[in-house]
Design a protein around this ligand. Structure first.
Ligand code: SIN
Length: 526
């Protein structure tokens, strides 16, 4: 029986836009809510690094036009219902939660109207932004708003280890014959070294994405596929894992890893060129050119680099119709630190892993296939993105489906009773645990990242995927015994999640012979 535990109506794992939206809505419904983040501050998460903006009200012709754009970018593999919901409810949710309640300072024009920007594959200007630090602004405003809500308790440096289910964890033998349900999560406290069970009626996984499974990514280091791995280990269905989106333009620089060069630069006129000075997108997509869908632009860059044996291409910013010092201050400042003056020089860029279009399968209220377990944001797959995501729709999806999951979770009102709570054992630590050697963890993670980048990246082949499967299989065994023997730590837990989620991506990629959107298999039918 657990000697110490915590209990809430709703547990939210993750503190990005999806997690915080879910927490706000559940709290508004009267639930006691716990938000867990493995970071030392809730402001640090994937949402923070979104630069371009969030799709909102673009004009009278939206939302039908937005639906069409999302479907076209997603290669019509999208879930139509989810697309309809996000397009219709999204603008109202941005206005209500982000603008009215959290008071995000979206940029306004001289007339006082919200300034609209544009990104690839959008047929009109409809993206609200705070210059080039929209994610940071949203995250800081939303966190400040959530901090003022008394029935939301934020636990920092606390990492969910595993979803607790009755069928798997209970010591009451009759529970193995009961329908499976989620009871909460085991939580590792980085500052205490303890693992404590947290119980709730509903657990919402909003733990962000998977970018750090790849050698090059725009995501922060914490994006290790935690939510997907936990859900899958608990037995929840995961879908569309082969669809990993690569952002075409990350700064190419030895010391500044993973810095995003927002697509809105191309929306405002910048163009990609190869080292011969050719605007090569004219050849790959004559109609949309540099504003073609991301998968096509990333592949075009890949081929250009392959043909010229180069490790980067260039973004010509001399064509910008705005002053980059004013419109893109963070990018301008970061480039200057890298010795590039974008008012004069082109920016060297490469594609990098950016967004996971697959995830834990949910219905339109965030329910996974396990009762009591919900998912939202990048961890979830509602089907909004299909085979490829339209730019600036991810924050919107996190917001809309975070709110929906929060409503449904608060309505569940089915906290595990005392006998069930008492049947869940304390965390069992290995008998002779010792601190894991950081070099071993670093090396295993690097192995995963290189395997995924080379064999399950922008351009895949059957042989590469088979190699990835074999290598990950070997690594998974090694990481599992490591996990069972060493003292728990955040890097070790992340490594375990990374190998599980990477294996899942490779399995789904191998099982899908058809190239579509961001799953591109060289030599297979398109
Ligand atoms: C960007 O600013 O290019 C990223 C926006 C997004 O991924 O939606």
């Amino acid at each position: 029986m657990s000697s110490r535990h915590e209990s809430f109506d709703v547990i939210v794992v993750g503190a990005g836009i999806a997690g915080l939206s879910a927490a706000v809505r559940a709290a508004e419904a009267g639930a006691s809510v716990c938000v867990l983040t493995k970071e030392a501050a809730p402001e640090e998460c994937n949402t923070r690094y979104a630069q371009g903006g969030i799709v909102a009200r673009g004009g009278p012709e939206d939302p039908e036009l937005l639906e069409q754009d999302i479907l076209a970018a997603g290669c019509w593999l999208n879930n139509r219902e989810a697309v309809r919901i996000v397009s219709r409810e999204g603008p109202g949710a941005v206005e209500d939660l982000l603008l009215r309640k959290a008071q995000v300072p979206f940029l306004r024009n001289a007339e006082g109207e919200v300034d609209l920007t544009r990104e690839a594959a959008h047929s009109i200007r409809r993206i609200w932004h705070v210059k080039d630090y929209t994610g940071r602004s949203i995250q800081e405003s939303l966190t400040a708003y959530v901090r003022g809500i008394p029935n939301i308790h934020i636990f920092t440096s606390c990492m969910a280890v595993d979803v607790i289910t009755n069928t798997h964890h209970s010591r009451d033998d009759s529970q193995r014959y009961a329908p499976k349900r989620a009871l909460g999560v085991y939580v590792y406290g980085e500052n205490t070294g303890e693992v404590v069970p947290f119980f709730a009626s509903a657990t919402i996984l909003a733990a962000g994405g998977i970018g750090n499974l790849y050698l090059h990514t725009s995501n922060p280091p914490g994006a290790t596929g935690d939510g997907v791995a936990m859900a899958e280990r608990a037995g929840a269905e995961v879908i569309n894992a082969e669809y990993v989106q690569f952002h075409p333009t990350i700064l190419f620089h030895r010391d500044l890893k993973g810095f995003l060069i927002s697509e809105s630069l191309r929306g405002e006129g910048a163009r990609l060129m190869n080292r011969k000075g050719e605007y090569f997108m004219d050849r790959y997509h004559p109609a949309l050119r540099d504003l073609a869908p991301r998968d096509e632009v990333s592949r075009a860059i890949y081929y250009e680099m392959e043909q010229s044996e180069s490790t980067y291409v260039l973004l010509d910013t001399s064509l910008l119709k705005v002053d980059p010092r004013d419109r893109f201050p963070s990018i301008h400042e970061t480039c200057l630190r890298a010795g590039i003056d974008m008012t004069r020089d082109p920016i060297p860029v490469v594609p990098a892993a950016h967004y996971f279009c697959g995830g834990v399968k949910t219905d339109m209220e965030g329910r996974t296939t396990i009762p009591g377990l919900y998912a939202a944001g990048e961890t979830a797959c509602t089907g909004v993105h299909g085979a490829n995501r339209l730019a600036s729709v991810s924050l919107l999806e996190g917001l809309v489906f975070g709110l929906r999951a929060g409503t449904a979770a608060a309505a569940l009102a089915d906290r595990p009773g005392l006998p069930l709570v008492q049947s869940i054992p304390d965390w069992v630590f290995p008998a002779e645990e010792e601190a894991a050697d950081p070099i071993l963890i670093y090396h295993d993670l690097l192995n995963i990242q290189m395997t995924m980048w080379d064999y399950a990246g922008i351009v895949r082949t059957r042989k590469r995927l088979a190699r990835a499967k074999a290598d990950l299989n070997y690594l998974a065994h090694r990481v599992d015994s490591f996990y069972r023997q060493a003292r728990l730590s955040r890097p070790l837990l992340e490594l375990r999640n990374a190998v599980d989620t990477a294996s899942r991506i490779v399995r789904d990629a191998e099982a899908n012979p058809k190239s579509l959107g961001c799953h591109y298999l060289r030599g297979s039918p398109v």
